[in-house]
Design a protein around this ligand. Structure first.
Ligand SMILES: [Fe+2]
Length: 239
């Protein structure tokens, strides 16, 4: 009887220690991921200083894509890794490093030659990220973030040929481009962003994903903008 109690005590003790170890491990993984993400955000904020119309765009798309991910049906969620999505959103325009700042900052329309250079930014991103090795799962997502459902994007992929994550990136990229203020116009409200998405759903953006995005409660999307403002103030102090 005494032995049984001792054995039970040992089993409970081992279980408690194992549970504590697992919790500590999970916390460490979380801390490590958070730190990596904030380093990437910091680096992208420095890069965005080259283009005054990109300020905060990467972080904004990262916050928005997670909102969209959270509304996906279970079968679609299974096809994606939430952490990978964050990095894809943060880094999707890193290839603009290879585009001259005169083109990025040009107030008027771009010439055909300038557009050719601008259209290279997804492949420049892949060239930059590939040697790192860590980003292999997201290279295709980034490469195809300017594809359109009707096949008129940079590489001519159509509909479901475009990776799911790239279709999601295209939506949050468009919404962020409309709602974040630019040097040549002030920020536009949530409603304008939603109206733009609905206008181009079908030909340009995946209509099913657009509807999922539009169904996200407005306050959640607006929170992304508020969190962005806080994050940018924090980053500004570090740059
Ligand atoms: Fe882009």
């Amino acid at each position: 009887m005494g032995n049984v109690i001792v054995n039970q005590g040992i089993i409970i003790g081992v279980a408690v220690i194992a549970a504590v170890a697992i919790v500590i491990l999970l916390l460490l993984i979380r801390m490590y991921r958070k730190r990596n993400l904030s380093i990437t955000r910091f680096l992208m904020a420095i890069l965005e200083k080259r283009d005054r119309n990109m300020d905060g765009h990467s972080t904004h798309t990262q916050l928005l894509i997670i909102e969209l991910y959270d509304t996906l049906p279970f079968d679609k969620k299974l096809r994606l890794n939430r952490e990978h999505l964050k990095y894809a959103a943060l880094l999707h325009d890193i290839g603009k490093l290879g585009v001259p700042s005169e083109i990025l900052d040009k107030p008027g329309k771009l010439t055909e030659e300038e557009w050719k250079l601008m259209r290279r930014h997804p492949e420049i991103a892949v060239e930059l990220l590939k040697p790192v090795g860590l980003f292999d799962p997201i290279l295709k997502w980034i490469l195809y973030h300017h594809e359109r459902m009707d096949g008129s994007g940079y590489y001519g992929l159509k509909g479901k040929e475009i990776p799911l994550a790239s279709r999601m990136l295209a939506i949050v990229d468009t919404f962020s481009a409309v709602t974040v203020g630019k040097s040549y116009r002030p920020a536009r409200p949530y409603e304008d962003g939603i109206a733009t998405l609905r206008l181009v759903a079908g030909a340009q953006l995946d209509p099913e994903l657009v509807e999922l995005f539009c169904a996200i409660p407005k306050h959640r999307i607006e929170n992304c903008m508020q969190n962005l403002a806080e994050e940018m103030t924090h980053l500004e102090r570090r740059i």
